[in-house]
Design a protein around this ligand. Structure first.
Ligand code: ZN
Length: 295
């Protein structure tokens, strides 16, 4: 039994590769990125306005920082960003020896470590990517290698399980998570994505520990119970390349959804004129507040 919902357009952003939505509880705004254009955005739902920041290189994701400002995962590694002065400071580049790779999606774990993974930018999508974390002291740890396209990552409310998507596996995998040490173990499949739904991309977790997964080339976000692998709900999005989602709004009961225009021909874009837009759905459940970087 599952619910069918539809997302509505809230910002006709025409993003090349919209990604990385992160709801800022203090500002009541949504940060998000356009990876290919190297842009950070902040969307204010009260006014409907969207502010753009030029980062100067590809930017895979954005999270808040507890001391103020933001953290980004950019082509050159983990970086701090001050939106007021528009200053980018690269903190650590674990893949300076891999110029064909860039950072992609990432989020903070319950202890405030910033996790983000990498991917091969070439069309072969070699398994040269990895998953890293940056702890509050600025130490980088590598947790996985042989990654093709590192994407959605979330933690359960009890902090004991991490869910992760390497897009090309067509699965969501679960790991045991030690919040004290930041170590992962016991990888196992949690959700197998149905073949007609495209590929799993970004993901958000709700207050019941269910997963809301964006489907690249699937035109939807689907909710899964990771304890059973079953589909709970489906949100149709009027864009095929659905990239990521994040709970937001004053009650955390709205789901913001990013999409992409990249790599589609004129006919495909005419059929989905708002591809690259920011969409919103009311999923009927609440999310959890996003964690900011503790360092
Ligand atoms: Zn993604």
């Amino acid at each position: 039994m599952s619910t069918n919902l539809t997302a509505e357009l809230v910002l006709d952003a025409q993003a090349e590769l919209g990604e990385g939505p992160w709801w800022d509880v203090a500002r009541q705004q949504l940060w998000w990125v356009d990876i290919e254009r190297g842009r950070l955005h902040s969307f204010d739902p009260t006014t409907g306005s969207d502010q753009t920041y030029e980062i100067g290189q590809r930017v895979g994701t954005v999270v808040g920082r507890q001391r103020g400002g933001l953290m980004l995962a950019v082509e050159q590694g983990f970086a701090a960003y001050d939106p007021d002065s528009q200053t980018l400071t690269v903190i650590h580049d674990p893949e300076s020896h891999l110029p064909a790779n860039r950072f992609n999606d990432g989020k903070c774990d319950p202890a405030g470590r910033f996790w983000a993974g990498t991917m091969d930018m070439s069309s072969q999508r070699r398994p040269s990517g990895a998953l890293y974390s940056l702890d509050s002291e600025g130490n980088v740890a590598k947790h996985l290698d042989q990654v093709r396209v590192s994407n959605g990552i979330v933690w359960t409310a009890d902090t004991r399980t991490m869910y992760y998507i390497d897009t090309h596996t067509l699965r969501v995998d679960a790991f045991d998570f030690d919040n004290r040490t930041g170590q992962i173990s016991n990888r196992r499949p949690a959700v197998e994505i149905p073949a007609d739904r495209g590929k799993p991309d970004g993901m958000a977790i709700d207050a019941d520990d269910n997963l809301w997964v964006a489907h690249w080339n699937g035109g939807c976000v689907a909710a899964y119970d990771p304890r059973t692998g079953q589909t709970l709900a489906r949100i149709d999005v009027p864009a095929r390349q659905v990239t990521a989602c994040a709970f937001g709004g004053p009650q955390l009961d709205q789901l913001y959804i990013t999409t992409a225009r990249i790599g589609q021909d004129e006919a495909a874009l005419q059929a989905q004129p708002h591809a690259g837009g920011l969409f919103l759905a009311h999923p009927g459940v609440r999310g959890v507040p996003a964690v900011a970087y503790a360092g």
